[in-house]
Design a protein around this ligand. Structure first.
Ligand code: HEC
Length: 491
């Protein structure tokens, strides 16, 4: 959507309309999905960092960018759970502060989010499975077939994205978020952290009561495992806190019985006083509804002394709050007594209630800089210390994953004409325009599809559309025709 053509008033109406839609559609999923147009000018004017730090855009036009993981050779993998893909951002060999290209590493997965490398494999946590695929670090390519090691895991529901990391002990740690805001789960593995052997055997619940621990890491200082956790919703603007927990084996971190420091939950806590009493208090409380997601400790000496031993945490921001809050990246600093102090690190994604970005995940690169994914603007930022970064101007215009002309070149003459015609018929038959017509009443304008989809990927989307788009009864031929038609007509 080109905001420019509607002027400033139109922009405000569109943003307001979009936010209302976001709330209506995805309140349950807790993650806005939509067609926000990234603005390098807004970024340049608004973003604030501590003295000496700079922010660049490492990759743009990466819708739904979530979990980040660097390969040993410096390529950056980005999970796009809603699109079912893992992207690979080629290492910045020319040193201009931007990835040297984006491509799809693997597609057709079911809500992939957690990513880690172990031995010769790339491990991926899908919403209902854990799989691995041999990976060639030097070439930045898959080196074999994807194999699901664990299947039938409880997925879906509110917190369906799983996080996966290998611990220093060589075990695979995976967090399963809760299916609901607050409830007794029917599958006891939900709202826990589990461990597995690298081959997927020996599943064990490591810790419980973790409502949605989307980020965790081991402190390089003391070796302890720390995890973020999102406090529950629907108890007002200022309760309960979101949490940073020091996770130890066998402990229970409260949900759904206790919030914060052994505070009985008004819905489920009163009947379970012993569980409330035995729950572990967080080591740090984030402001309510700030939604801390990714976290990683600062390693190496690329950052100033005061960041030694600190953790960087992405606060995705509130939806269950009347005034927006969060929408920033913070650093956590431990004092000698173990108290944690939270300081702003990257701010300015929220300006007078207007959101220009939602930090989701963080990871430190081989260059010592921190990389931050933003699933709202569709961007991966790079935050470095003591270093100039490339200008942000014009970034929103580049970074296409696919070449539309090339996609369409595979379809020529009669072939193209008949597919196009069939595609248009189907588009009319299913009244796709009722949601996708252009203009202000559109639920979702279809734009720039050729930059983000080729035909197989768009066919895949149509066979598994994201809420609230309905699934239509289409054959493979129908889907191919629609894909060609859509890429042709919607750029
Ligand atoms: C009830 C409304 C509705 C109908 C009808 C509908 N869609 Fe959608 N569609 C949506 C919404 C909302 C999204 C955005 C989902 C998201 O952002 O994750 C979407 C997303 C898409 C996308 C992906 C857009 C992108 O930018 O990634 C495509 C392609 C698409 N729809 C095609 C179609 C086609 C083809 C039809 C008809 C066969 C159709 N839709 C019918 C609501 C609808």
């Amino acid at each position: 959507m080109k905001w420019i053509k509607y002027g400033v008033g139109g922009l405000a109406i569109l943003i307001a309309g979009f936010l209302v839609l976001v709330r209506l559609y995805v309140g349950a999923v807790n993650t806005p999905i939509g067609d926000y147009e990234f603005s390098s000018t807004a970024l340049e004017n608004q973003i604030q960092l501590p003295e000496g730090f700079t922010l660049g855009v490492y990759g743009a036009q990466i819708p739904n960018a979530r979990m980040l993981r660097f390969s040993r050779a410096g390529d950056l993998l980005v999970a796009n759970p809603n699109l079912g893909q893992i992207l690979i951002l080629a290492r910045d060999a020319d040193g201009d502060g931007r990835a040297d290209g984006t491509s799809v590493l693997i597609a057709g997965l079911n809500g992939p989010n957690g990513l880690d490398f172990f031995e010769e494999y790339l491990y991926i946590a899908e919403t209902d499975a854990i799989g691995r695929v041999p990976f060639d670090h030097e070439r930045g390519e898959l080196a074999g077939d994807y194999e699901r090691l664990v299947t039938g895991l409880p997925g879906g529901g509110n917190h369906w994205k799983k996080t996966l990391r290998f611990g220093p002990d060589g075990l695979m740690y995976v967090t399963f978020g809760s299916s609901c805001n607050v409830c007794i789960e029917s599958d006891e593995r939900r709202a826990t952290m589990l461990t597995y052997q690298p081959d997927g055997t020996d599943e064990r619940i490591f810790a419980r009561g973790l409502r949605n621990s989307a980020g965790f890491d081991w402190s390089p200082d003391d070796g302890h495992l720390y995890a973020t956790d999102n406090g529950r919703d629907m108890l007002g603007d200022d309760y309960p806190p979101c949490e940073l927990n020091k996770v130890v084996q066998g402990a229970h971190y409260g949900w759904p019985f206790a919030n914060g420091n052994k505070d009985a939950d008004p819905d489920l806590g009163e009947d379970h006083p012993e569980l409330v009493q035995n729950s572990e208090a967080p080591v740090h409380g984030f402001r309510p509804h700030n939604a801390p997601l990714g976290m990683e400790f600062v390693r190496g000496d690329g950052f100033p002394e005061q960041y030694r031993g600190a953790a960087i945490v992405a606060l995705h921001g509130s939806w269950n709050r009347s005034d927006k809050d969060g929408y920033k990246v913070v650093s956590l600093h431990w004092d000698s007594q173990g108290n944690v102090q939270e300081r702003d690190f990257v701010t300015g994604f929220l300006n007078n209630d207007e959101v220009i970005g939602r930090p989701a995940e963080v990871t430190q690169g081989p260059d010592g800089a921190f990389y931050i994914s933003d699933d709202y603007a569709g961007v991966v930022y790079r935050v470095a210390y003591g270093e100039a970064q490339p200008s942000l101007a014009g970034i929103g215009d580049s970074g296409a994953i696919f070449d539309r002309a090339q996609t369409l070149a595979a379809y020529t003459g009669q072939d193209w004409a008949s597919l196009n015609e069939r595609g248009q018929q189907l588009y009319d038959q299913f009244d796709c325009a009722s949601c996708h017509a252009s203009g202000q009443s559109s639920m979702k304008e279809l734009l720039g599809l050729g930059d983000r989809y080729d035909v197989p990927l768009l066919m895949q989307f149509l066979s598994k559309p994201r809420d609230p788009m309905p699934l239509f009864p289409l054959t493979d031929e129908d889907r191919e025709a629609l894909a060609v038609y859509l890429i042709d007509t919607n750029g």
